[in-house]
Design a protein around this ligand. Structure first.
Ligand code: B12
Ligand code: SF4
Length: 520
């Protein structure tokens, strides 16, 4: 295809069912699409439309209508694992009617299993593996003949050629994030909440996480972050800003500076805000600054209360660090949210009860108990596919890959009903044993759809996620006969990912060694 103008539609697919309104009816736009659009919007001849179907709460039909009305040459979908089938459905429907429309998939799922995703979903013409900014720019330049580079020579591209799937490696990560433009927030309708990314990456290697942005944290400078915060606040007047960073305070010196700057700019007077961080990268003074900067909540992953599991988890946390962090938070009166995961490798009723006991003791303002999900590219996926860790991989129907409702794994030491019971017990224990009945009722009301689904699953013993209210009638039909990933490919996805992570660490060491200095 040779063109002088290129119309690109970037799409966040609709949800299949509204279970948790905060995730499924978000009042915030998708950061990935804002970043990608910003990077390509100034290419001469490029016109972009973003269709964020979750944020706009569009049905599949409405989403397709909106895409088609724009008459794009290229449609780029973003997808986590639980979103890949909805994206493939849309691509299929578009290709049925518009043979020449190019479809492109990006995001963490396809990054973990590129070739398998292209095999499973023939409706995607191309994929971009890893960080999308540079490869997407090169793709546009190539389609517009601004550059002579062929599409298949773009690093990070995966495409079909002569009936084969060919992949040209993996996009290199952008080391200096300050070279990136401000995300194109103005291409969405104004939102109540924005997710701001101040860094990409995390030094840990948790068994249940693919750590898609790599083990070297790349950070934007404080001035750049403040510029974005002020721009969003002044332009869109939102209520809330959530920092999307995996580990907000990974560089403690920078975090102190950033918090000082947020205090000076009175960010906390204009919006509520929250962050996710790690017990190893906090101190008392930081929590006092969090308080002064008026943070709404600091969220921390504790994951388990069993010290043996904790040691093997890859998160670099210990019971004493957890206790210290919660003491700092308590002293400074900073509200805490805490993530736990039920279904750790070799988990048993006894180890889950230890997790519940710890949760009761820590008594976080917002406890969250997810169920282990074997996302491709993770160590948990590898051992589950091998039948180790007490796991049996039950399905690779990606629609069931949700942390809240589980459904992808079976456990040797635990029945499904035990897990569901323990998940309900965990929530009730934290609130009721700490005498927080009002908080409990509030949480139940806020998450009523998810809570109802959880209870329904437990009481009726439902096997799979049932409530799929937005699911189109022909949804399942289009996936009949598609080639699903096999166990060996699941295992290989982890091994390939480890190799990739190592390569990127080596490259960063050569090109930007300063990124290894964390200022702990
Ligand atoms: C912030 C965040 C969220 C936010 C998203 C907010 C927002 N406005 O975007 C919220 C809280 C909503 C969220 C929800 C969930 N999340 Co989340 N989230 C993250 C987090 C921490 C950062 C993602 C992010 O915005 N990064 C910044 C952007 C710029 O990067 P990016 O999304 O990766 O996009 C880049 C590339 O992937 C690529 N790319 C992406 N899309 C496309 C599309 C095209 C066309 C191209 C060319 C390239 C491309 O280019 C982008 C720019 O470089 C990641 C962890 C991580 N390190 O990525 C987890 C993560 C993505 N989330 C995860 C999960 C599991 C979920 C949930 C499913 C949890 C659940 N409830 O079960 C839900 C899904 C909700 C839903 N309805 O679908 C997993 C995904 C694992 C997987 N294989 O799917 C991750 C990796 C966390 C983890 N450690 O496991 N999440
Ligand atoms: S701490 Fe663990 S779960 Fe969190 S981003 Fe890092 S590797 Fe993933």
């Amino acid at each position: 295809m040779s063109k002088t103008r290129l119309k690109i539609c970037l799409v966040n697919p609709p949800v299949l069912a509204v279970l948790e309104p905060w995730y499924d009816e978000p009042d915030f736009p998708r950061t990935a699409l804002a970043c990608l659009a910003a990077f390509i919007k100034d290419i001469p001849g490029v016109a972009i439309l973003i269709v964020d179907a979750k944020f706009e709460q569009l049905s599949f039909d409405k989403c397709l209508e909106k895409i088609e009305a724009f008459e794009p040459d290229l449609v780029g979908f973003t997808a986590f694992t639980n979103e890949i089938k909805p994206a493939a459905y849309l691509a299929h429907k578009l290709k049925e009617k518009h043979k020449n429309m190019l479809t492109l998939i990006g995001g963490v799922h396809v990054t973990a299993i590129p070739k398998q995703t292209m095999q499973e979903f023939p409706s995607f013409d191309m994929a971009i593996i890893g960080e999308g900014e540079s490869p997407l720019l090169e793709l546009c330049n190539s389609l517009l003949h601004i550059s002579d580079k062929t599409i298949e020579s773009i690093q990070g591209i995966c495409l079909r050629k002569d009936g084969k799937i060919i992949q040209n490696g993996h996009a290199e990560r952008i080391l200096d994030l300050d070279t990136l433009p401000m995300p194109a927030w103005d291409m969405f309708k104004p939102a109540q909440t924005y997710f701001v990314q101040t860094l990409r990456g995390c030094p840990f290697n948790c068994q249940f996480c693919m750590n898609p942005n790599g083990q070297v944290a790349r950070k934007r400078c404080v001035e750049n972050v403040i510029l974005e915060l002020n721009y969003i606040i002044d332009t869109f007047k939102p209520k809330h800003i959530s920092f999307g960073d995996e580990l907000f305070s990974v560089d403690m010196n920078r975090t102190h500076d950033l918090l000082d700057a947020m205090i000076a700019h009175k960010i906390g007077d204009k919006v509520t805000w929250d962050v996710q961080t790690h017990v190893k990268f906090v101190d008392q003074e930081m929590f006092y600054k969090f308080k002064k900067a008026k943070v709404e909540r600091v969220e921390i992953g504790v994951e388990t209360g069993d010290e043996e599991i904790m040691k093997k988890m890859g998160k670099g946390i210990s019971m004493s660090k957890i206790m210290d962090a919660y003491t700092f938070a308590k002293n400074a009166q900073v509200p805490i949210g805490t993530f736990f995961i039920i279904g750790q490798p070799n988990e048993s009723v006894a180890s889950i009860n230890k997790t519940i006991d710890l949760a009761v003791k820590l008594n976080p303002n917002l406890p969250m108990f997810g169920l282990m999900t074997p996302y491709p590219g993770t160590e948990v996926a590898r051992i589950a596919a091998k039948g180790e860790g007490g796991y049996r991989l039950k399905t690779t129907d990606w629609d069931n890959y949700s942390k809240q409702l589980g459904g992808a794994l079976e456990f040797a030491n635990l029945t499904k009903r035990q897990i569901e019971f323990l998940q309900i017990k965990a929530y009730t224990s934290v609130f009721l044993k700490n005498g927080r009945i009002l908080d409990f009722l509030k949480l139940l009301w806020e998450y009523r759809k998810g809570a109802f689904e959880l209870l329904k699953k437990f009481l009726l013993g439902k096997k799979e996620l049932q409530s799929k209210s937005n699911k189109p009638k022909d949804y399942d039909d289009i996936f009949i006969g598609e080639k699903q990933i096999n166990k060996q490919e699941f295992i290989d996805s982890r091994l390939n990912w480890i190799k990739k992570q190592k390569e990127e660490i080596q490259r960063t060491r050569k090109e930007m060694p300063i990124l290894f200095k964390l200022g702990e």
